[in-house]
Every structure is written in structure tokens, then in C-alpha cells.
Design a protein around this ligand. Structure first.
Ligand SMILES: Cc1cc2nc3c(=O)[nH]c(=O)nc-3n(C[C@H](O)[C@H](O)[C@H](O)COP(=O)(O)OP(=O)(O)OC[C@H]3O[C@@H](n4cnc5c(N)ncnc54)[C@H](O)[C@@H]3O)c2cc1C
Length: 437
């Protein structure tokens, strides 16, 4: 029997990653709005498989959950530092890019203070209801007890984030041998016992995993290889003028372009979000150089231009990896005991959203149709919105998964939800002009 909540909330959020946690934090300061946010995990834990020691945030600490909207907000990173009596340590750290583990600890500190955030609560279904009034029904399952409760809200916000991409050739193989970087830390001990490890991919996660294993190799003597189909282990575009693509100005410019042109532009912008940060590449090169002093054979391989086509288990417990060198048009095989897929993430659109086929508008590629102010387009102009954080790179551009811009998105969502400019928007916030005006 499903419990029923009579109260109709102004907004219910699905998923509590940084994007919805930021929204909950900003709305926590707004009196006249009733909200609830549901997260299936028992607590906030940000990409736990990649909280590798020494990894840093790829955005300055100012891109915390609230500061870009309101530097005086009590949930700011600097207030977290102050409340945890770390002001002098942080002051003398003299860095904008904080450790990834500290960002996670900061978000947990925020999540622990916001009453509207409910954990161990999986949203299993949503429905749009239009009887005497119009609202959304949200079915929530308590992950621990299995108990189901039906909530109601005038508006929803989808913050279900992303899920790891496991290419076909990596699937249906023993998870302790073939796994995604998202599960790296829980498999690290397995790696240390292996005779050979191969990392496949060339993004930031691939580089961080390779760097960590390169350090471990000294002690555990496994063979270590890094393979990518990319032409090189390329650095992310991080120059200050390029970073202006992660601004509201660029989002507004990109949004108004025709969809076909947006898809073409997005396909050329991989190095804005897919490459490797320069400091990580430097770290790796410096380690390779130092470890090669007086060493005949480093027992390390770095291969580019090589697409992994297939992975077959062998009788000796290793795997034969079939690689295709796409410039030489030659196939070769490589052996490894462990294969780590650093093959990225894709937006997580829950099945129950896909079932809203008659209610929402989708483009011919089955992607969301979204308004400029982050509302899913509906087939009929009914009351009640579904705001969205993820799965919108095709409409709002390369910065859609960026933590800094998520605060801007939350300002836009709050202004629309409350029907007033709680957060005034500046006309121009960068030096470049992307449009003709
Ligand atoms: C290793 C890594 C490092 C990154 N570092 C940076 C960085 O330094 N700077 C930057 O700008 N970006 C970074 N990113 C990109 C991006 O900021 C993150 O992916 C960010 O986590 C996106 O936040 P989110 O809230 O959309 O999603 P997520 O963090 O993926 O959270 C979504 C949440 O929704 C929950 N959920 C899903 N479905 C349901 C449901 N049905 N019911 C209840 N809960 C549900 C999930 O359990 C999850 O907790 C990084 C990404 C990765 C993978």
C-alpha cells in the first residue's frame, strides 16, 4: 500500500548531486517556497570511485554551490572553511583549485544542514495530473525499507546527473578485471595484485587513473599500459579566453542557434571538456622522466590512434584486447590482466521520464527539447514545469556539465519558479562577444 502525502510542494527535485544540492542550498534561504529533494544514495558522495588522493577540482573554489549567485550565502565554501576552523590553513594554501576530496566534504557539510534534502529515497516514477488542479505525482521508494510514498508538487527539477559509459566490447566480462574508472578506488587493491593493467581512454579520469597506477607500479611491479584511439594524450583547452565559453554569455549565444548548427559546433569542442588538464599531464611526464633514470625498461606503454574493438578472455586469466590502428589501418592485439575503461559518462535520463512521451517534446534524436530557462518543452501548455540540469549539452552547450555554470542555471530556475528576479542577471559578464551585437 503506497502512503500518500496531501501537501502540494512548489518544487520536488530528483537526484542530489552538486547541481540540485546547489539549488536546494539557494532555495533554503527563500521563505515562501516549499521544496523537497530526493536522492537514492544514503548520503551525498561525489564520484566516490575517483576521489583519488592528489586530485583537484578543475574549477576554482568560487564555483562552489552558491557563491556565483550570492557570495554572502551561508553555504559558501569560505563559510565551510571558517566553520571548520581552517581559515589559516586555506589562506596559506594559496590555491584556487581545492582537493576533490575537500569539495566532497564541503558538499556533505552543506547537504547535512538542509532539511529539504532526503537521502535513501529513490524516485521510481512521476506522473502529470490534471484534474481539479494541475500537479505532478512523484513516487518515492525508501531504499532501506522498500516503503513507497506518493508526493505532489507543482514543479519538478531533474538532477539525475550522468552514468558511466561502458562500450560494448567491455561489457559482460568479470567486473573485478574489466571496470570503469567510476569504480577505480574500490578496485585499486585488485590492481596492485595484477601482473598487467591497461587503461583505455584519454580524458581526465584516464590520466588520473594512469598517474595513480604509475606511482603504485614502483611498489607492485605490474606492467602498465595506456591506450587511446585519440591522435594523442591531448590537454584540455584551459586558456582564460577559452574558459569564457563557460559563461552565461556563451550559453545565451549558443542556445539561439539552429539545432543542426549546435550539433556541428559541439562536435568540434571536445577539448573544452574531454581533454586532460595540463597539470596532470605535467605530473605524468615528470614521473615517467624520473622513473626512467637508470632504467632500461620502464615496463610502461603509451599507445595512441588505437581503438579497442574487442576484449576476449584467455585461459591464463588474462584478456586479449583487439586494437585497430585507424591511421595505419592495421589490427594488433594486446594482453592485460586488468582493463580499466576510462570511457566517460552519458546523461542519465530515468526510464520514467522517457515514458512521458505524450507529455514532453523530444527531438528526432530522442533528446530533450528545452527552453532557454531550462524547462522541458511540453506538448501542451499546461501549468507546472519540469526543470532540467543534465542531458542539455545539445541545447545549452559545452558548459552544461560545468559546476560554475550550474549556479547560473540555478539562478535562472529560481527566478522563473518564483516569477521574480531574486537573482538579477547581468547583460554582459565576459570580455569576448560571441554574437554580432
Ligand atoms: C570524476 C569527475 C570529476 C569531475 N570534476 C569536475 C570539476 O572539477 N569541475 C566541474 O565543473 N565538473 C566536474 N565534473 C563534471 C560534473 O560537474 C559532475 O559530473 C557533476 O557531478 C554533475 O552533477 P549532477 O548533480 O548533475 O550529477 P551527479 O553528481 O551525477 O548526481 C546525480 C545524482 O542523482 C541521483 N539519482 C539519479 N536517479 C535518481 C532517482 N531516480 N532517484 C533519486 N536519485 C537519483 C544519483 O544517485 C546521483 O547522486 C566531474 C565529473 C566527474 C565524473
Amino acid at each position: 500500500m503506497m502512503n500518500q502525502q496531501e501537501k502540494v510542494y512548489d518544487l520536488i527535485g530528483v537526484g542530489i548531486g552538486p547541481f540540485n544540492l546547489g539549488l536546494a542550498a539557494l532555495l533554503d534561504e527563500v521563505e515562501d517556497v516549499d521544496t523537497l529533494f530526493f536522492e537514492q544514495n544514503e548520503s551525498f558522495d561525489w564520484h566516490p570511485g575517483m576521489l583519488i588522493e592528489g586530485t583537484k577540482m578543475q574549477v576554482p573554489f568560487i564555483a562552489d554551490l552558491v557563491t556565483m549567485a550570492d557570495p554572502t550565502n551561508k553555504y559558501s565554501f569560505l563559510n565551510y572553511i571558517s566553520k571548520n576552523e581552517r581559515m589559516y590553513q586555506f589562506y596559506f594554501l594559496q590555491r584556487l583549485d581545492i582537493p576533490r576530496r575537500e569539495y566532497n566534504d564541503y558538499c556533505q557539510w552543506v547537504a547535512g544542514q538542509i532539511p529539504s534534502c532526503r537521502f535513501s529515497s529513490c524516485v521510481s516514477n512521476i506522473r502529470h495530473v490534471s484534474d481539479n488542479s494541475t500537479y505532478y505525482e512523484v513516487e518515492v521508494t525508501d531504499v532501506d525499507t522498500g516503503e513507497q510514498t506518493l508526493y505532489r508538487a507543482e514543479n519538478l527539477v531533474m538532477g539525475t546527473g550522468s552514468v558511466p559509459v561502458m562500450p560494448k566490447s567491455f561489457q559482460n566480462l568479470p567486473e573485478e578485471d574489466i571496470f570503469h574508472t567510476a569504480d577505480f578506488l574500490k578496485n585499486e587493491d585488485r590492481c596492485k595484485k595484477a601482473k598487467s593493467i591497461t587503461v583505455v581512454g584519454s580524458g581526465q579520469s584516464a590520466a588520473e587513473t594512469f598517474r595513480e597506477l604509475l606511482k603504485e607500479q614502483r611498489e607492485h611491479s605490474f606492467r602498465l599500459d595506456w591506450i587511446t584511439r585519440s591522435p594523442g594524450f591531448e590537454s584540455m583547452e584551459e586558456s582564460k579566453l577559452s574558459l569564457e565559453h563557460f559563461s552565461p554569455d556563451y550559453v545565451n549565444y549558443f542556445y539561439q542557434l539552429p539545432q543542426k548548427q549546435k550539433d556541428e559546433i559541439f562536435a568540434t569542442q571536445g577539448l573544452y571538456y574531454k581533454g586532460i588538464s595540463n597539470h596532470t599531464i605535467d605530473d605524468i611526464y615528470n614521473l615517467l622522466y624520473e622513473f626512467s633514470v637508470g632504467e632500461e625498461n620502464l615496463n610502461v606503454g603509451l599507445k595512441v590512434l588505437s581503438e579497442v574493438k574487442d576484449i576476449k578472455p584467455k585461459t591464463d586469466g588474462t584478456y586479449e584486447i583487439e586494437c585497430y590502428h585507424w591511421q595505419k589501418k592495421e589490427t594488433y592485439t594486446h594482453e592485460s590482466e586488468v582493463v580499466i575503461a576510462a570511457t566517460g559518462y552519458k546523461p542519465h535520463v530515468p526510464g520514467f521520464v522517457h515514458e512521458l512521451t505524450d507529455f514532453l517534446e523530444w527531438d528526432e534524436d530522442g533528446r530533450y527539447k528545452v527552453t532557454a530557462d531550462y524547462r522541458l518543452k511540453k506538448q501542451e501548455d499546461t501549468a507546472g514545469e519540469i526543470y532540467v540540469h543534465s542531458g542539455i549539452s545539445h541545447t545549452h552547450g559545452v558548459g552544461s556539465t560545468n559546476l560554475g555554470l550550474s549556479v547560473h542555471r540555478n539562478k535562472v530556475i529560481i527566478n522563473h519558479l518564483l516569477g521574480r528576479d531574486v537573482y538579477p542577471m547581468s547583460e554582459k559578464s565576459i570580455f569576448q562577444t560571441f554574437s554580432t551585437e
